[in-house]
Design a protein around this ligand. Structure first.
Ligand SMILES: Nc1ncnc2c1ncn2[C@@H]1O[C@H](COP(=O)(O)OP(=O)(O)OP(=O)(O)O)[C@@H](O)[C@H]1O
Ligand SMILES: [Mg+2]
Length: 261
């Protein structure tokens, strides 16, 4: 059952009187199967936003919920309310495991499990085993030959592909990917983005991914949002970063640049 995510003016501030950084999301929603590409210069709060959306960090205020898509049935989730509950940690942990697939900006693989076991771990925790989908993800991300290895000897790009497979393995309702292609060459970046976008559309997951890689994102038709930071005119040591919707664009169909041999 597809869900729509509703984000209602989430706000979070880091730091104290000396130096403060505030993130403001505005009010928007993402449908199941929809893909949002998030961009913005370094330090504008992309990771912070994705951590709040992935229930890794509590917002200071605002609303955040998931409701079944129009005409659908199934439970609604008041994620912002979860943080205010005395059982916040348990509620958020259960939602992270069952509802979300998260590709962290760096690594996050379990070093004592093999590649295949790392990919299967989200299925196990969510209680949704699916060996065929696990095998297909390993195949589509070019990981079959390293499936039996532990993450230690893998390249950063291979680890990033394992993290993508792990985030998709339990077919979550929402996929959040923080710079999922940062360590990949143009060809691997293109196939990893195709997989993330294809899985979102086929499986009905709301997908939000951040990327510095404007040319890679520009190859796909997707909704785009941008973070931009500016000093608070009343308090110059306070930086406020605001999220805005960017104009849609036609996908770039130029050939994918090849890596030099
Ligand atoms: N304790 C703190 N006090 C004040 N500001 C902080 C604190 N911790 C983090 N920040 C600021 O929060 C901002 C958000 O950082 P974040 O990692 O989300 O940016 P990003 O857009 O993901 O950057 P990148 O593209 O480099 O990954 C940064 O500008 C950082 O300086
Ligand atoms: Mg970041």
């Amino acid at each position: 059952m597809a869900h729509r995510l509703h984000i209602d003016d989430l706000r979070v501030t880091l730091g104290d009187g000396e130096r403060r950084f505030s993130l403001r999301t505005g009010t928007w929603s993402v449908a199941g199967g929809e893909v949002v590409g998030l961009s913005g210069p370094s330090g504008t709060g992309k990771t912070l936003l994705l951590e709040v959306l992935g229930l890794l960090r509590a917002p200071d205020s605002g609303g955040y919920r998931a409701a079944p898509a129009e005409g659908g049935t199934g439970p609604a989730h008041d994620f912002a309310g979860y943080w205010r509950s005395p059982r916040a940690q348990a509620l958020c942990a259960a939602a992270r495991a069952g509802f979300f697939g998260y590709v962290p900006q760096s690594g996050g693989l379990l070093p004592f499990l093999t590649v295949a076991e790392n990919v299967a771990v989200t299925q196990r925790i969510a209680g949704r085993p699916d060996a065929a989908w696990q095998a297909e993800l390993l195949h589509r991300l070019g990981l079959e030959e390293v499936a039996h290895l532990h993450p230690g000897p893998l390249s950063i790009g291979q680890r990033q592909r394992v993290a993508i497979a792990r985030a998709l393995a339990h077919r979550p309702f929402c996929v959040i990917a923080d710079e999922p292609t940062a360590a990949l060459d143009p060809e691997n970046a293109h196939s990893a983005l195709s997989l993330l976008i294809g899985a979102a559309r086929a499986g009905g997951s709301a997908t939000i991914l951040s990327s510095h890689d404007a040319p890679a994102l520009a190859r796909f038709a997707m909704r785009r949002m941008t973070l931009a930071a500016a000093s608070d005119p009343d308090s110059p040591r306070h930086v406020i970063s605001t999220l805005t919707e960017a104009a849609p664009h036609a996908p770039d169909t130029a050939p994918i640049p090849q890596e030099a041999p």
